[in-house]
Design a protein around this ligand. Structure first.
Ligand code: PLP
Length: 431
């Protein structure tokens, strides 16, 4: 692969090669990353990238879209089937833009919204003050309980009753436990709020039934497609058709829209221009992959591996936020190890183990040098690793974090990484 690039632009080719090799020879444990199939990668590099297709299938502002329409319709059909959704918009370019479109569709600037605090695992677009979401809407965040480090639904309900939000956002980027969508829906109903489930991180687990499913509880579901879904770097929005909170029912004559139409208009022309049809095609490919029985087994193995890794780390005396994990990720509290999360994550990365530094709930340190390390199992599970390998990796990580500068330890760790990555190859067909 990549012969043309190699011949015409060796400088870029060399960097692509080096990055591919880094992924091959390293243990990628950043829980928001994965290794998409070669079919997904191939589809992203097709001539579909050349085509402008503003609008939606059958209603484009450009000619020449007869095949593009079929591709987008196929992606929509597969997304609806996979998620059991009434409506799917497959055009969002990324998760942040998709959340922007959802807010734009259903809220007015200044409306009150609830989302999980970033410091407790929420995403920037769930109301952080430095993000458009926190600047445009009146976000009242909920957090995790200081003792249990889990979301306290009584507290969520109390905030909702007090603040009367127009929308409650669920989902997270660094929360190792499950979301009870049914309980959130009850709270949303009590206060007349939309329920948005941002399942970006654990979407694959939902599809496999190892995490509660967001439908039928949520009005709108947003997911990125490149994390546990293992597709191209992108996002989609799924929704109900009926807007259960609209004061006026949908009516084409008066141009009053239903929920699905509101979402579509908010994506295009509201917040995006021409859709990336090469990425939409790659999303269609990953949806078909996710319908296969192997995908369910893969997701079950992600969770089994996360349990094995968490148990090993805890047996090594390492403190995990909330005492473990129910999903694909966990958070190490580095405070008792007398290092910062950044020092720990950098030491691991130097040896080819990629995690990310992350705040932990009630962190006293700043986000750019926080107390935690976030790590997970999606990519290692894609490579075929199982519980035995997770135990080896757990002991290895503990060794690094406890002996940050010991060169003998570091040499031993490099050997473990070399041996594991050779035994579980990745992308051997690419280079
Ligand atoms: C829960 C959640 N929502 C939204 C996003 C944003 O996605 P993107 O990086 O594609 O903008 C992320 C990305 O990490 C996420 O974890």
């Amino acid at each position: 692969m990549y012969e043309h690039l190699q011949q015409t632009d060796n400088e870029v080719y060399e960097l692509v090669k080096k990055e591919t090799e880094r992924q091959q020879h390293g243990l990628v444990m950043i829980p928001s990353e994965n290794a998409a199939s070669v079919s997904v990668l191939e589809t992203m590099g097709t001539a579909l990238s050349n085509k402008y297709a503003e609008g939606y299938p059958g209603k484009r502002y450009y000619t020449g879209n007869e095949y593009i329409d079929q591709i987008e319709n196929l992606a929509i059909y597969r997304a609806k089937k996979l998620f059991n959704a009434e409506h799917a918009n497959v055009q969002p370019n990324a998760g942040s833009g998709a959340n922007l479109a959802i807010y734009f569709a259903l809220l007015k600037p200044g409306d009150t919204v609830m989302g999980l605090n970033l410091a407790h695992g929420g995403h920037l677009t769930h109301g952080n003050p430095v993000n458009f979401s926190g600047m445009t809407y009146r976000f009242q965040s909920y957090g995790v309980n200081k003792e249990t480090e889990r979301i306290d639904l009584d507290e969520v309900r109390a905030i909702a009753l007090r603040e009367k939000p127009k929308m409650i956002v669920t989902g997270a980027t660094a929360y190792p436990r499950q979301f009870d969508f049914s309980a959130f829906r009850k709270i949303s109903d009590e206060v007349g709020a939309y329920l948005l489930a941002d399942v970006s991180h654990f979407v694959g687990l939902c599809l496999a039934g190892v995490h509660p499913a967001p439908f039928p509880h949520a009005d709108v579901v947003m997911t990125t497609t490149h994390k546990t879904l293992r597709g191209p770097r992108s996002a989609i929005i799924l929704s109900k058709t009926t807007d259960r909170l609209a004061s006026t029912p949908a009516d084409p004559a008066t141009k009053v829209k239903n929920l699905a139409q509101k979402i579509d208009s908010a994506v295009f022309p509201g917040t995006q221009g021409g859709p990336m049809e090469h990425i939409i095609a790659a999303k269609a490919v990953c949806f078909a992959e996710a319908m296969k029985p192997e995908f369910k087994t893969y997701q079950e193995n992600i969770v089994k591996n996360a349990h094995a890794l968490a148990e090993t780390l805890q047996a090594e005396g390492i403190r995990l936020v909330s005492g473990g994990t129910d999903n694909h990720l966990m958070l190490i509290d580095c405070t008792p190890l007398q290092i910062t999360g950044k020092q720990g994550a950098n030491a691991l990365a130097d040896l080819g183990i990629y995690t990310n530094f992350n705040t932990i709930p009630y962190d006293t340190r700043k986000p750019f040098d926080p107390s935690g390390i976030r790590l997970g199992t999606p990519t290692l599970t894609t490579r075929g690793m199982g519980a035995g390998e997770m135990q080896t990796i757990g002991h290895t990580i503990a060794k690094v974090l406890k002996n940050m500068t010991n060169e003998t330890v570091r040499e031993g760790v490099r050997k473990v990484v070399r041996e594991l990555t050779a035994r579980f190859p990745l992308y051997s067909e690419l280079l």
